[in-house]
Write a protein that binds this ligand. Structure first.
Ligand code: ZN
Ligand code: ZN
Length: 269
């Protein structure tokens, strides 16, 4: 039988705290698959790595009085050793803080920008006049309108409600406790709306292989109509934005991390 090329991307753990049994339970199926296909004689590429950017890491660093890079490295080393001890069979376990990863992400984002799929938009965003900075959803605290518990703006830890744009306007700065104001901010957005038809067609072809909750979640977003999403953030930790005028911002971790898989394997070559 002809050898097939099998790519398996293990979910990349966030390098902001130790892994627990739940992480391993979620990851082990990838390892079983990799071993299965290798035994069958296929060409297997089983890759993953530590997700080193994003606000959970900067928050942790701040709390411990360390640099974000120290936190990311500390947990990356811990994960690396743990996967070795547990005998995971990754062909490559790397991290997003390598120069190679950063250069490749910038190259791809620049290409999307040059082709018009990433564009600039100015929109009002929550701002703290006391801390002099724009706040991301998770840097805002508010009383959850559903369960009335105090929660962060990205999602209620208690009831999982995701606050709406209007609800966030009633929020406070998590750091200093002052009321936030609205201020115009420029960011780069990815034109997801331009891919609605292609993603619908692709989903229709492959979604019978997905779990029901993955199908439902995908259909929900497609039915609502895909929205363009900001891919830059007012942060100092992350991959640089390869566009002039964005020197004070970084790329959002979700566009940085998911671009990784396609390049990661080349790092070892
Ligand atoms: Zn503040
Ligand atoms: Zn709630």
């Amino acid at each position: 039988m002809e050898k097939r090329n099998i790519v398996i991307g293990g979910a990349w753990p966030y390098a902001n705290s130790s892994l627990h049994l739940g992480h391993i339970a979620g990851l082990i199926s990838g390892d079983v698959l990799a071993r299965y296909y290798r035994l069958k004689g296929d060409n297997v590429m089983y890759v993953s790595g530590s997700d080193c950017h994003g606000t959970p890491i900067t928050e942790r660093a701040k709390k411990e009085g360390k640099e974000p890079s120290e936190i990311a490295n500390q947990y990356h080393e811990e994960f690396y050793k743990m996967f070795q001890d547990l005998n995971f069979s990754y062909d490559l376990y790397s991290k997003t803080a390598t120069d190679y990863h950063k250069e490749k992400v910038k190259e791809l984002v620049r290409k999307l920008y040059d082709n018009g799929y990433i564009y600039e938009k100015i929109e009002p965003q929550a701002y703290c006049e006391h801390c002099n900075k724009f706040l991301s959803d998770r840097e805002i605290k508010l009383t959850c309108p559903v369960c009335k518990e105090e929660t962060k703006g990205d999602q209620c830890d208690n009831c999982l409600h995701v606050p709406t744009v209007d609800e966030l306007k009633k929020g406070y700065c998590i750091e200093c406790g002052n009321k936030t104001i609205e201020k115009d901010n420029k960011n780069l957005y990815i034109k997801l709306s331009a891919f609605q038809k292609q993603i619908e067609e692709h989903t229709a072809k492959v979604n019978h292989e997905w779990r029901i909750n993955a199908q439902n979640e995908t259909n929900k977003y497609l039915k609502q109509g895909l929205l363009d999403r900001a891919v830059t953030r007012d942060l100092t930790w992350g991959v640089d934005v390869p566009v002039d005028g964005y020197e004070a911002k970084k790329l959002y971790v979700w566009i940085d991390a998911v671009l990784r898989l396609c390049y990661r394997y080349n790092e070892s070559m």
